[in-house]
Design a binder for this molecule. Structure first.
Ligand code: AMP
Length: 285
């Protein structure tokens, strides 16, 4: 695997692939890699001649300085995992390379970012859009791979690509889970074994809510039930639990009919670690 820390040599390297008209698949990450990230690399490898992964903990998307300071860093292990899975290129820049000037640009995604994560993490999506714009300019990928785990982030990036006319196709890949249902996340490494067990409450609540919706319950009654479940488990706290329209993320009270797609989204704290998860409501769930 070729590893680059600087933009200029990376671009020169990628230029030669583009001359050979090799398609480039891109997987942006913040490292501390797990099977969720690797599934994106594998998807990219299936569909492109070259796959490039970036590992960069982007400071402008962290609204909580403690979360940034404690974000796990495992670069040596990440390099091993990427090599084993057959990633071709890794871009792992330092802050001074990505933010050589004080960032001034701000993005406003309107109603898409006033709900869910955006409501609780002010400025988060502006920081995401800024770093993804930089990375897309640097890498110019043909396809870019993201996880459904960060569903709202995917919607924001779709809007960004549409508005700025980035010539890239976006892929949204399924959530990889542990065998007990816990959605894989770099932040899980900050949890004790006991906390990990408690963290499965998020997914269990999504499944329960999906069944209750099928039985005709409304979101108001389901939310009350979910809140009471969280109150019964020590050391966990619910932040939001929503049913939303997958197109515009507007909150729904119930699923109107099979033709409109809906998604359940949850965020909560286990100890001081903030976790998110979601479940698309399809015929299977
Ligand atoms: P992150 O390193 O957390 O910024 O994540 C990098 C990419 O991996 C994002 O597109 C995430 O949505 C995706 N991702 C994170 N966790 C998972 C997971 N459990 N399954 C699938 N994709 C994931």
């Amino acid at each position: 695997m070729d590893i680059f820390k600087e933009i200029r040599p990376l671009k020169a390297f990628l230029e030669s692939s583009k001359r050979d008209s090799d398609s480039i698949g891109f997987v942006p990450t913040m490292g501390a890699l797990h099977q969720g990230h690797l599934s994106l690399i594998q998807a990219s490898k299936r569909e492109n001649a070259k796959t490039i992964c970036s590992i960069y903990i982007n400071p402008t998307q962290f609204n909580n300085p403690d979360d940034l300071a404690k974000y796990p860093k495992t670069l040596a292990r990440d390099i091993e995992l990427l090599t084993d899975v057959g990633c071709d290129v890794l871009f792992c820049p330092e802050n001074k390379e990505m933010y050589s000037v004080e960032p001034r640009l701000k993005f406003d995604f309107g109603s898409l970012e006033r709900v869910l994560e955006g409501k609780y993490r002010p400025g988060h999506f502006s920081g995401v859009a800024l770093v993804i714009s930089k990375l897309f300019h640097i890498v110019s990928p043909n396809k870019a791979y993201f996880g459904q785990k960060d569903f709202q982030q995917f919607k924001i990036i779709e809007q960004l690509v549409e508005e700025l006319k980035f010539d890239v196709s976006l892929r949204c890949m399924p959530i990889e889970r542990e065998s007990d249902g816990l959605a894989m996340s770099s932040r899980n490494t900050r949890l004790s074994a006991e906390q990990k067990e408690k963290a499965t409450t998020l997914y269990k609540c999504l499944l329960l809510a999906s069944n209750l919706i099928k039985d005709g319950h409304t979101m108001d009654s389901i939310r009350k039930k979910i809140e009471s479940i969280f109150l019964k488990v020590d050391g966990i706290k619910l932040e939001y639990f929503e049913l939303a329209n997958t197109t515009n993320l507007m909150s729904l009270k119930y699923v109107a009919d099979k033709s409109s797609t809906a998604i359940l989204l949850i965020a909560g704290y286990v100890g001081e670690v903030r976790l998110i998860d979601n479940l698309l409501l399809t015929d299977e769930n």
